[in-house]
Design a protein around this ligand. Structure first.
Ligand code: NAP
Length: 328
């Protein structure tokens, strides 16, 4: 532990998410961002000076070897999440890993087994779940009666073929990048994991899915439709109940919060989701409370992603077996 009682954090990766992530996280009382690791010393030093971070390392291994670092924020391309989480856990660090943790449920099991065996904490970085908006949504939900259907969408226009999201070998794709939020929202509203999924994707030859549409069946006739893509701009989470509908227009970023119960706008205070996420995880490291999202949530996410991709590849619905199996 550092001299301060605040959790000493290191960042792995110097990517664009940090523009948003670092804007308010340093207001979190229990967290201090003290180091950054990059594949090159120049990029690490430039990043450290831009964001006022005291130590920079020219490789991920070197940063993980710093004994003063207690927790690591992993914001690398998707295909590297699991490998570097395992390395960080092996180095004795708690890990907050960006979403989606992985498209393979077995990775999630391996990582949480390793964390638990070492008494370390691991959380998947779905910052939207930490917002007052998400909490309020679940508080108001009973007002619409029994839920009959869910709809979740997240798409934005991405035209840069060099973006990590466009690289198949880095586990890019719209379902991975933004569709994972739709799965997260649907699972939150349903209160369970889907039992059955069906997916269709639009994938240019050799590329990633630039559009993905899925149906998640939760049992008792409750279904969610999810729509993700890189070719339009849209975001919503809607629960349709017997007695009405509850809608979030900016569910994932909460910029600004926007919730409607039918035609009634429900006021919600804006708060920075990344700061709330870091506060939650840092407090849990210090023994105050638990991480909001744990093994069950990360496993439900990865199982659903895995099953959706399998369905889109085969053209057939896929049943999900607990706790790990996905079968056609
Ligand atoms: N929660 C959110 O709101 C949110 C928003 C955006 C992104 N994300 C997640 O954050 C992660 C990173 O996204 P990003 O937009 O920050 O990506 P990005 O701008 O492309 O940055 C990725 C970083 O990873 C490192 N890296 C290591 N190997 C790489 C490789 N083979 N190709 C490219 N970069 C490599 C690079 O840092 P060095 O070269 O310095 O090592 C690079 O700066 C993704 O998992 C994404 O899903 C989350």
């Amino acid at each position: 532990m550092g001299a301060s009682s605040a959790v000493q954090w290191g960042i792995l990766g110097t990517g664009s998410i940090n523009e948003r992530f670092l804007r308010h996280v340093r207001e979190a009382p229990d967290a201090e961002f003290v180091a950054v690791g990059s594949r090159t010393p120049e990029r690490a030093a430039e990043f450290a000076s831009r964001y006022g971070i005291p130590r920079s390392f020219g490789s991920y291994e070197e940063m993980l070897a710093d004994p003063a670092i207690e927790a690591v924020y992993i914001c690398l391309p998707n295909s590297l999440h699991h490998h570097w989480t395992m390395q960080a856990l092996a180095a004795g660090k708690h890990v907050l890993c960006e979403k989606p943790y992985s498209r393979r449920a077995s990775d999630v099991v391996e990582a949480f087994d390793a964390a638990e065996a070492s008494g370390l904490l691991l959380m998947e970085g779905f910052m939207w779940r930490h917002t007052p908006q998400a909490r309020r949504f679940m508080e108001v939900l009973p007002e619409i009666g029994p839920i009959r259907a869910i709809h979740a969408s997240f798409s934005f226009r991405l035209e840069d073929p060099a973006d990590v999201r466009m690289q198949a070998d880095l586990d890019g794709g719209s379902l991975m990048d933004v569709g994972c939020y739709c799965i997260s929202g649907s699972r939150m509203v349903a209160g369970s994991d889907p039992e059955r999924v069906y997916g269709e994707q639009v994938t240019p030859t050799g590329g990633v899915d630039v559009r993905f549409t899925g149906v998640l069946g939760f049992g008792d006739g409750l279904t969610s439709t999810i729509v993700s893509g890189f070719q339009s701009d849209h975001a919503s989470l809607e629960a349709i109940g017997r007695d009405g509908a509850l809608l979030l227009r900016e569910p994932w970023t909460a910029r600004p919060p926007a919730m409607w119960l039918g035609d009634l706008k429900i006021p919600i205070e804006p708060e920075d989701p990344y700061r709330l996420e870091v506060e939650n995880f840092s407090a849990a490291i210090r023994g105050h409370g638990r991480p909001l999202l744990g093994r069950a949530d990360a496993l439900g996410q990865a199982q659903t992603i895995e099953a959706l991709y399998r369905s889109a590849a085969t053209g057939a619905p896929v049943m999900l077996d607990s706790p790990l199996g996905v079968r056609a």
